[in-house]
Ligand binder design. Structure first.
Ligand code: ZN
Length: 214
């Protein structure tokens, strides 16, 4: 019945899949697991589900353009799996999605990362809260190098003034894709200034680290 009412599709190829599946078997087998162990600056731990390569391109494009009921669920499943492997879950009090600006929220109507957080809370049994605000726009980071990315996201976040004390809280910041980690580092900086004891981060996909000069 659920399948008939809300047919579930694979975020990569669009094939129909079971209502509780994340990807179809073929696409899932092609996903490259993330095996890196680098932790972006200022974070206490980092987990990612897969490498951002051509196998997952379509799913990420689909998610960014028009996330349907399954792509954010599939991304949350991936993040949950990465967190389980990493052992971070018992050390987390709350999930914090990377925010978008108020203007973008108005034009788009939703924050994609928050959609992942809404699913992830059930998968790892932790609450989520929009603790951060994005207080100015950033340029598209796609073709930027590490140093430019850090500059681009500098002071872009603030703790929402309506949020009560963060002292001693252990937080998990989540994003769909992590490239250099500068966005996550910036979020960690603001949350720790606000009193957080620990800030972890997780992303669905991680691009390979670029070497200097590339
Ligand atoms: Zn598929």
């Amino acid at each position: 019945m659920i399948d008939w009412l809300y047919p579930n599709v694979c975020p990569c190829c669009g094939k129909y899949i079971d209502h509780d599946a994340d990807f179809c078997n073929d696409c899932k087998n092609n996903i490259t697991p993330y095996t890196g162990d680098s932790v972006p600056r200022g974070l206490d731990g980092f987990a990612a589900y897969c490498e951002y390569d051509h196998n997952i391109d379509d799913a990420i494009l689909h998610f960014k353009k028009d996330p349907d009921g399954n792509s954010y669920y599939a991304f949350a499943c991936g993040i949950a799996e990465a967190l389980r492997k990493n052992g971070i879950i018992p050390d987390i009090d709350m999930i914090v999605p990377i925010p978008i600006t108020k203007a973008k929220m108005k034009s788009r109507g939703y924050n994609q990362t928050e959609l992942i957080a809404r699913e992830l809370r059930f998968l790892i049994d932790k609450p989520y809260e929009n603790l951060l605000l994005k207080i100015r726009d950033t340029k598209d980071q796609k073709n930027m190098l590490g140093k430019d990315r850090s500059e681009n996201v500098k002071d872009v976040f603030a703790v929402d003034p309506r949020v009560s004390d963060l002292t001693g809280k252990r937080l998990l910041v989540i994003d769909d894709v992590c490239t250099t980690g500068s966005t996550l580092s910036e979020a960690a900086k603001v949350l720790k200034t606000g009193g957080a004891a620990k800030v972890y981060a997780a992303a669905f996909a991680k691009t390979p680290f670029r070497k200097r000069g590339q």
